[in-house]
Design a protein. Structure first.
Length: 404
């Protein structure tokens, strides 16, 4: 059931975090006993500090994806603890980067064959009011905050999916030697010289993938991961993207989930599901159940699905924040008075200038919504699972978890 932690604040007092999680093994008609390759961790009192917690979701892929996910789940927190002194000194970015890069190197040197297997990772560290999120791959973290304008709880993504849909990531892996093509392009059905994927919130189920120059592997649909030694040669890296967010009185939920959730459901819809339940354990289960249903609506199988729901309560704004908000209100009133007198910008413009609290929305990879995926998947799933495009042991095109 749900766990509850009181998080002390440096100015005195505390707030409450309640968390619960759910995970569902994927349904694979050709491999009904396939293990759940997702892994997750929660560590309260991290490093013996009452105001610190870490949460992680690791989505394994490839023949040994489960082993890779378990390895990362174990090593990432341990490696981060080794950098406690750096963290205490405020050198967070370096500590997080070393943690993920070291975990990647350790996996390469372990007994786990990660040549064509690996794991994504979404990892969050709560320290007092601060939330740091590290992302490698296409799992996701989302914050639910009350929007002052209408009182609705809105999703603010704390990570940005790392896939070839992103122009910056696509350019980076191409510079490292990757070909970026869809299955239609790699099979000669579509022109490989013409970009054939868009940015709309619809996708027929044939995402851009990474391939070596003279082979039809590895076929990963992500651009960063832990493991994937072959894909590393064409630009897939373990360096995380790191974001920081300050929790406020408006913060209600933090959600971490594998792409089994976000493949068909956008962040706001996931948050809406969570908000429909008083019990966060039921909320986590509901997200998993709805995700499972969506997979079966559009495909003949499901991915592994994992979701952690963290509820934030009892958190008042920091005293400095309250002072800033009072000053902000005074500024807005002055702006409105100027507008009424016919001078200066409009009141709405004044609000825009004084509203830096919200993080700009980032474009995530498309949510797949087209039913023709049912037709596509039947022919291609057998290719992806059998690895007939392989380049050695375990080197099929489905290095991102049976083709996505």
């Amino acid at each position: 059931g749900p766990q509850e932690v009181k998080v002390p604040l440096p100015e005195g007092g505390h707030y409450t975090l309640r968390y619960a999680f759910a995970s569902q093994r994927g349904y694979y008609p050709g491999d009904p006993d396939k293990a759940n390759q997702d892994a997750m961790c929660v560590h309260a009192n991290f490093g013996g500090r009452e105001d610190e917690l870490v949460f992680g979701v690791f989505d394994g892929h490839g023949e040994l994806g489960a082993e890779c996910a378990q390895f990362a789940m174990d090593r990432v927190p341990k490696n981060l603890l080794k950098d406690s002194a750096k963290m205490a000194a405020g050198e967070h970015v370096g500590a997080y980067t070393r943690t993920f890069v070291d975990t990647n190197v350790q996996l390469h040197r372990s007994d786990v064959d990660d040549s064509m297997s690996g794991t994504t990772a979404i990892f969050a560290r709560v320290k007092g009011r601060k939330v740091h999120v590290c992302n490698v791959g296409d799992s996701r973290a989302t914050l639910g905050e009350v929007r002052p304008s209408d009182g609705l709880i809105r999703a603010v993504d704390l990570s940005h999916d790392q896939t070839p849909f992103r122009e910056d990531e696509c350019a980076r892996v191409k510079a490292a030697g990757a070909r970026v093509l869809t299955l239609d392009q790699i099979e000669g059905i579509k022109d490989p010289q013409t970009k054939c994927w868009g940015e709309e919130e619809e996708d027929g189920g044939d995402p851009p993938r990474l391939w070596v120059q003279n082979g039809m592997y590895p076929g990963t649909a992500f651009t960063r991961s832990i493991g994937d030694e072959v894909a590393e040669r064409i630009g897939v890296v373990a360096e995380p993207e790191i974001t920081e967010r300050q929790l406020t009185a408006a913060s209600r939920y933090i959600i971490l989930a594998s792409d089994g959730v976000f493949e068909f459901i956008p962040s706001q819809k996931v948050l809406d599901i969570v908000c429909g339940f008083d019990d966060i354990q039921e909320a986590a289960l509901a997200v998993v159940v709805e995700s499972y249903k969506m997979w079966l609506q559009f495909e003949v199988r499901t991915d592994d699905i994992t979701c952690i729901v963290i509820q934030v309560s009892g958190l008042a704004d920091h005293p400095e924040k309250r002072d800033q908000r009072m000053s902000l209100r005074q500024s807005r009133k002055m702006s409105l008075k100027d507008s009424e007198r016919g001078g200066g910008e409009s009141g709405e413009s004044g609000i825009e200038q004084h509203a830096p609290d919200g993080t700009p929305a980032v474009r995530q990879r498309p949510v797949r919504m087209k039913t023709e995926r049912l037709i596509l998947i039947k022919g291609r799933q057998s290719v992806i699972e059998s690895g007939i495009f392989g380049a050695g042991k375990g080197q099929g095109v489905g290095s991102e978890g049976e083709g996505r």
